[in-house]
Design a protein. Structure first.
Length: 100
């Protein structure tokens, strides 16, 4: 038997990182929207002082698959932020070329 996918709304909460910081709201929103689009999902996020609450809407065959996709969307958005911060840190640590 074939059951068509159902729509699931999955809530994902992100707390501050080890340094006590949250991602920039605008950068997180852009990265999360792109990550959701790549997985045929949609995301709406609320940024609070101490956490981000995201609701990811997914069409999936079951709840477990929907949760997996939702967590991947938020993880990708946070990973994009970490990669960007790492690139900026690497650029800042690179010494300027010498004129010798």
């Amino acid at each position: 038997m074939y059951a068509p996918p159902s729509r699931y709304d999955v809530t994902v909460t992100v707390s501050r990182d080890q340094l006590g910081q949250l991602p920039d709201p605008a950068a997180f929103a852009v990265a999360a929207d792109e990550a959701a689009w790549r997985r045929s999902a949609s995301i709406v996020s609320a940024h609070l002082d101490d956490r981000i609450i995201s609701i990811v809407t997914v069409h999936a065959p079951n709840r477990y698959a929907a949760v997996t996709v939702a967590r991947a969307v938020v993880s990708d958005a946070l990973g994009h932020r970490a990669a960007s911060a790492g690139d900026a840190r690497a650029d800042a640590e690179t010494p300027p070329p010498s004129a010798a």
